[in-house]
Design a protein. Structure first.
Length: 144
């Protein structure tokens, strides 16, 4: 049985590169926060720093899952691997955990200040779009 090879559409490269860059920023943010890099963390107030550094282990784990799964999903997208859809889905599960903590269990939006809800929505929209895009590319057999 011969498998039909689907040509890689241009938009896959464009979306894959943009996704990789976007998620690399998220990975940097996570790493800088976890390592408490002074040059990066100095932009936050004392209250915000206390909030970040006070995350319970399960929130740190959920954040790590969201960030690293998104970054790996972007790489898998560029490598045309169906695993991208699974990784973006896993990232969404991690985001659910962090969102429950930030929006329901704590006053995260208040601590982070004006604009934090808008940024949260942007992150969610991009994550969902990447997931649905990867699923569509799997169905079209662009990702195998």
């Amino acid at each position: 049985m011969q498998e039909h090879i689907v040509k890689t559409p241009f938009h896959l490269w464009l979306i894959g590169i943009l996704a990789l860059l976007w998620n690399a920023i998220g990975a940097f943010d996570y790493t800088a926060t976890q390592m408490q890099m002074d040059f990066y963390m100095s932009q936050f107030t004392e209250q915000q720093l206390a909030y970040f550094y006070g995350f319970p282990a399960w929130v740190d784990a959920a954040w790590a899952i969201a960030v690293w799964s998104s970054l790996l999903g972007s790489l898998m997208l560029l490598l045309r691997k169906a695993l991208a859809a699974w990784l973006f889905g896993l990232a969404i599960l991690g985001m659910i955990g962090t969102s429950v903590y930030n929006l329901v269990l704590t006053d995260g939006l208040e601590v982070m200040g004006e604009g934090s809800m808008t940024f949260t929505v942007v992150i969610w929209v991009i994550a969902l779009l990447l997931y649905f895009y990867a699923v569509a590319m799997v169905k079209r057999r662009v990702l195998t």
